[in-house]
Design a protein around this ligand. Sequence first.
Ligand SMILES: Cc1cc2nc3c(=O)[nH]c(=O)nc-3n(C[C@H](O)[C@H](O)[C@H](O)COP(=O)(O)OP(=O)(O)OC[C@H]3O[C@@H](n4cnc5c(N)ncnc54)[C@H](O)[C@@H]3O)c2cc1C
Length: 325
Amino acid sequence: MQNFEYANPTTLNDALGLLGSAWGEADVLAGGTDLLSLMKEYIHSPKRVVNIKNIKELGGISKVGSGLRIGATVTLDELSSNAMVKQMYPSLAQAAMEVSSPQLRNMGTVGGDLCQRPRCWYFRGGSGLLGQDESGKSLVATGENKYHAIFGSGPAWFVSASSFGPALIALGAKVTLQSASGKREIPVSEFFVSPKSNGEREIALKPNEILTQIVIPAAGKNANYEVRHREAVDWPLTAAAVNLTMAGNVVKSATVVMGHVAATPWRASQAEQMLTGKTINVELADKAGEAAVANATPLSGNSYKVQLAKVAVKRAILRAAGIAI
Ligand SMILES: Cc1cc2nc3c(=O)[nH]c(=O)nc-3n(C[C@H](O)[C@H](O)[C@H](O)COP(=O)(O)OP(=O)(O)OC[C@H]3O[C@@H](n4cnc5c(N)ncnc54)[C@H](O)[C@@H]3O)c2cc1C
């Protein structure tokens, strides 16, 4: 790890004043469960590290209108055990609870989960965000790609690592991004971006900004379902988050978002259309799962993920509707 200056501000204004205008000048430190590995592996070597855990205004979960505000430094453990979150947004509580190991849930924060860097082994091995050789050829397309994207047209083939991304998009949540010169609020669906070059980031955050909070509106029946290789410390292979607005037994509108299948959380609009105006049953959920993956374009080594994504969508729909899976 390279030497760095450490700052420990207690106010948001002080923290914002310590950030730089370009990546590499200063990195925000929350729980450190991702940042410290990145620094040890020389993927990030910031000149300054700004700890935000002692800034009170970045914490807490509170009611806002009929929804909730979740501070960026709320830990995954706080989130998954919060009574309001469990009651209003079971999809989010489920996503938090599935992040394996109590140690990670105790240290990791919601803001850090959304800002974590991709787990792609080419990126983590030093071949850049797009995983390319010196001539710019994709190492992913012809290499070891069993955990990579099954949707999208490149050049980014990593999968978005955040389990909260799909759940928050399905719930219609927004994030607040604040810099010394002001703040902006954007839908979580616009926070994740598919980079076109190695110099870009996979999220809309700028180097001089801190993600301060997430605001979630009132939601319908919602659920998350993850398909995992094992019940141990690892990311899901695929996941799906569903939010159903109901009129009695009929779906008035549906949002279905798949996770760990593309460089960004991936909206399954065909599945949403299939559910609208219908009553959920196992057959319909199965068809919606099929529709969700109809346009998948797996790489050489990951076509198995198509079936897993289909199952995740089907089971998330059934779980949201309260039907046993
Ligand atoms: C073995 C293992 C298994 C995991 N499994 C899962 C999983 O199943 N699903 C899942 O979603 N995640 C998983 N994770 C990731 C884990 O949830 C994240 O590492 C954690 O949430 C990051 O939070 P943190 O507070 O520790 O972030 P940090 O490590 O402190 O920061 C991570 C990144 O975000 C930036 N950052 C942090 N907070 C902010 C902020 N408020 N504003 C701006 N930038 C910020 C940092 O600068 C850094 O680049 C796993 C991690 C490990 C190590």
